[in-house]
Design a binder for this molecule. Structure first.
Ligand code: NAP
Length: 245
């Protein structure tokens, strides 16, 4: 039975992915900042998928707790075959662009926290020689835009980090997948202006799960973002800086 840790379990995308893994018989550990909410989601999953699910708390910004958290999660699961990194924040872009502590907190949530946890997971996976790590990135990480560059830079850095890790683990059977996610209809995008081509979290989870099953390494979800971002990358910087999208 596949043992899978989900980081950021209250995200509807994470819930959709957890459901797909559970339906295929995986044993899950759902981790979120609020342990009661994580337990509630695990209970719901147990009823709907018919497989037991564990739940626990973690905070991406509490770096010093990560080693103990992971050791406990692996202990409770009885091993670790895969990790889904699905936490992130994009709440206060306007403030983050002018207030350093807000910017630094967002980078800690999206990037530094992920680096800390993925490094520990990478070490575990490297030692066992097998496993998978799915990292939910964003198309916002492809190019710095005036509208969202604090969030975008955290995701861009995460994508580079994941790419390097994939290279380091290339000699093992560890599958490291970067998801370059387009807009998804979740609380992260709720009420935000200029949200285009949004898809449901269930649809996103379906596409991510299928990409994992075919062992994709870098995947745009949905696929159309690959072509959109290909075009976006071609715009010369001199013009790009004036665009407001
Ligand atoms: N929605 C989109 O359009 C979109 C597009 C591209 C990429 N993404 C990425 O998809 C992932 C899921 O986002 P979502 O759209 O499903 O939004 P969401 O519902 O807001 O989920 C974000 C998740 O991150 C968790 N989180 C935030 N800060 C945390 C911290 N310090 N420690 C632990 N967990 C923390 C949240 O936990 P709490 O419940 O405790 O707040 C929540 O589970 C994120 O990585 C996001 O960047 C989303």
């Amino acid at each position: 039975m596949l043992k899978v840790l989900v980081l950021g379990a209250t995200s509807p995308i994470a819930r959709g992915l957890a459901m797909r893994f559970a339906t295929d018989g995986a044993r899950l550990y759902l981790a979120a900042r609020d342990p009661h909410e994580a337990r509630r989601i695990a209970d719901d999953l147990e009823v709907r998928a018919g497989t037991p699910a564990l739940a626990g708390a973690f905070d991406a910004e509490d770096f010093s707790s990560h080693e103990d958290f992971l050791r406990n999660a692996v202990g409770e699961l009885g091993g670790l075959d895969g990790v889904i990194v699905c936490f992130g924040a994009h709440a206060e872009e306007e403030r983050a662009q002018v207030e350093p502590h807000v910017a630094v907190a967002e980078i800690a949530q999206n990037f530094t926290g992920a680096v800390s946890l993925i490094t520990l997971v990478g070490r575990h996976m490297e030692a066992q020689g097998t496993g998978f790590i799915i990292v939910i990135g964003s198309v916002a990480g492809e190019r710095g835009r005036a509208r969202n560059y604090v969030y975008g830079s955290s995701k861009g850095a995460l994508q580079l980090f994941t790419q390097g890790l994939r290279g380091r683990l290339a000699k093992t059977a560890v599958h490291v997948m970067t998801v370059k996610l387009g807009t998804v209809d979740t609380r992260m995008t709720w009420g935000r202006e200029g949200v285009l081509l949004s898809i449901s979290p269930e649809r996103a989870a379906d596409m991510i799960y299928r990409a994992y099953r075919r062992k994709s390494e870098v995947v745009y979800v949905p696929r159309r973002w690959r072509f959109i971002m290909g075009g976006v990358r071609l715009i010369p910087e001199r013009q790009f800086k004036h665009l407001s999208f």
